[in-house]
Design a protein around this ligand. Structure first.
Ligand SMILES: *Cc1c(COP(=O)(O)O)cnc(C)c1O
Length: 386
C-alpha cells in the first residue's frame, strides 16, 4: 500500500480481497471416516478410533498414555484431581489465558494463585512464580501445583519450569490447548508434566468441534484419569463395576475419526504456519510500531504451535492511535485481528466470588491494552494470502 492509499476504515478499498483461509478444513477422507463410524453403529462408548487416537496422539507427543476427554476444560479438572491436587491446595496459574485454565482449579475446590506473565513471551513469569511461592509460604500457605500454559503455542521455558517444580515439589499440569505439536529442545509439550491437557475445541489447532486429550507418562496416574473420564471404571473392568468416583467425559468415535486425520496432517500444517509466521515477523520488522511476540524466538523452542500470532502495538509510533483502533483498521482491511482477552482473568466476576490470590500482574494489565492477535488460520494460506 502506498502512503497515499486510503485506509478501508475511512472508506478506502480493502487490502485483502479474499477471505482468510477457512478453519477447520476437511476432504473426502474425513467424509469417509465419519461414514465408517456412522455405519458401525458404535456412536458412543469406545469406538476403535478413540483408542487409536489416544495411542497415536500420545506417541506423537512422546507420552506413554493418552486419555481422550470431552473437552479441554474437564481434562484440566481431571488432570488436577488425578495428579492428587486436593480441595484447599494452592495452584499457580497465569492471568492471561482462557478462563478454563484457572476455573478448573476452582472447580476441584483448590485455590488459584495468579502470577504475572513475561512481557517478551506472554508465558508465565517463572521468576515471579518463584517469588509467589516464597510469599505464600511466608503467609503460612503452601503452593502445591502449577498450571503452565504454553500460550499462543509457544512452549514455556521448560528448563526453568522443571527446575522450579523440582525445587518445590510442585505438581505440573501443562495446559497445551494452544500447543499441539509444540516442542522445547526437541521434546514435545505434554510430555513434561504429570499431565498435558489438550483441547480440540472449534478454534484450536486440531478440532472436532469439541474434544480434549490428556497425555501422561506415569501409568498409575494415567489410569486414575481414565477412571474419572469413564464413570470410575477400571480399564478392562465390567461395565457396571465402578471402583472410583468418576464422571462421564468420554470422546466419541466421530470426533476421534476426524482428529486422527488432523493428526496425520499436523506436521505439514505446522510447517506451513511456521513459514507464514516467519514471513509475517520479517514484514513487521520493516514497519516499526508493531512488534511480534516474541520478537526473537528462543532457539530452544524447536517447534512453535502457532495457535495465535501476537503483536504488541506501540501507539507512540502511530501518533497515539490506540490498539483498538488499529484492530478496527486491520479488520476493515480484511484481516481478522482480535484484541484478545479484555482483562486479566482475576478481574472476572467468577474470581471475585471464589477464594483466590492475586500477586502483582503489571505486565498482564498492560497487555490487555496493547496486544492484538491473529488466529492460526491466517497462517494457513499460501504466499498470496500473507
Ligand atoms: C480452549 C482452551 C481451554 C479449554 O478447552 P475447551 O476444549 O474449550 O474446553 C483450556 N485452556 C486454554 C488455554 C484454552 O485456550
Amino acid at each position: 500500500m502506498t502512503s497515499h492509499a486510503r485506509l478501508a476504515l475511512v472508506g478506502g478499498t480493502k487490502t485483502l480481497t479474499t477471505e482468510a483461509p477457512p478453519w477447520p478444513t476437511f476432504d473426502d477422507s474425513d467424509r469417509r471416516a465419519l461414514l465408517d463410524v456412522l455405519e458401525s453403529r458404535v456412536w458412543g462408548g469406545y469406538h476403535p478410533t478413540v483408542g487409536e487416537l489416544e495411542r497415536s496422539f500420545a506417541a506423537f507427543h512422546g507420552a506413554n498414555h493418552g486419555i481422550a476427554t470431552a473437552n479441554g476444560t474437564v481434562s484440566l479438572e481431571i488432570a488436577l484431581q488425578a495428579a492428587g491436587v486436593a480441595p484447599g491446595d494452592e495452584v499457580i496459574v497465569p492471568p492471561i489465558t482462557f478462563v478454563a485454565s484457572a476455573a478448573a482449579i476452582l472447580r476441584i475446590g483448590a485455590k488459584p494463585v495468579f502470577v504475572d506473565i513475561h512481557p517478551g513471551t506472554l508465558n508465565i513469569d517463572l521468576d515471579a512464580a518463584k517469588d509467589a511461592i516464597a510469599a505464600r509460604s511466608a503467609n503460612g500457605a503452601h503452593v502445591r501445583a502449577i498450571v503452565a500454559v504454553h500460550f499462543a503455542g509457544l512452549p514455556v521455558d521448560m528448563d526453568q519450569l522443571m527446575a522450579l517444580c523440582g525445587d518445590h515439589q510442585l505438581v505440573l499440569i501443562e495446559d497445551c490447548a494452544h500447543a499441539h505439536g509444540a516442542e522445547w529442545r526437541g521434546r514435545k509439550v505434554g510430555s513434561f508434566g504429570s499431565f498435558g491437557s489438550f483441547s480440540f475445541q472449534a478454534s484450536k489447532n486440531m478440532t472436532a468441534g469439541e474434544g480434549g486429550m490428556l497425555t501422561a507418562i506415569d501409568p498409575a496416574i494415567a489410569e486414575r484419569a481414565r477412571g474419572i473420564v469413564n464413570q470410575g471404571r477400571r480399564t478392562g473392568g465390567a461395565w457396571y463395576d465402578h471402583v472410583t468416583l468418576g464422571t462421564n467425559a468420554r470422546l466419541t468415535g466421530f470426533q476421534a475419526a476426524l482428529l486422527l486425520r488432523q493428526l496425520e496432517r499436523l506436521p505439514e500444517v505446522m510447517a506451513r504456519k511456521a513459514r507464514s509466521a516467519d514471513r509475517l515477523r520479517a514484514g513487521l520488522a520493516e514497519i516499526g510500531g508493531l512488534s511480534p511476540l516474541p520478537g526473537v524466538i528462543d532457539p530452544r523452542v524447536t517447534a512453535h504451535g502457532n495457535h495465535l500470532f501476537c503483536v504488541r502495538v506501540h501507539p507512540a509510533a502511530f501518533e497515539g492511535v490506540s490498539r483498538d483502533v488499529i484492530v478496527q483498521a486491520l479488520n476493515a482491511e480484511g484481516l481478522p485481528a482480535s484484541p484478545g482477552y479484555p482483562r486479566p482473568l482475576y478481574n472476572n466476576q467468577v474470581f471475585k466470588d471464589h477464594a483466590h490470590v492475586v500477586t502483582p500482574c503489571p505486565v498482564a494489565e498492560e497487555l490487555c491494552r496493547s496486544v492484538f492477535w491473529l488466529p492460526h488460520n491466517v497462517l494457513l494460506g499460501d504466499d498470496r494470502w500473507l
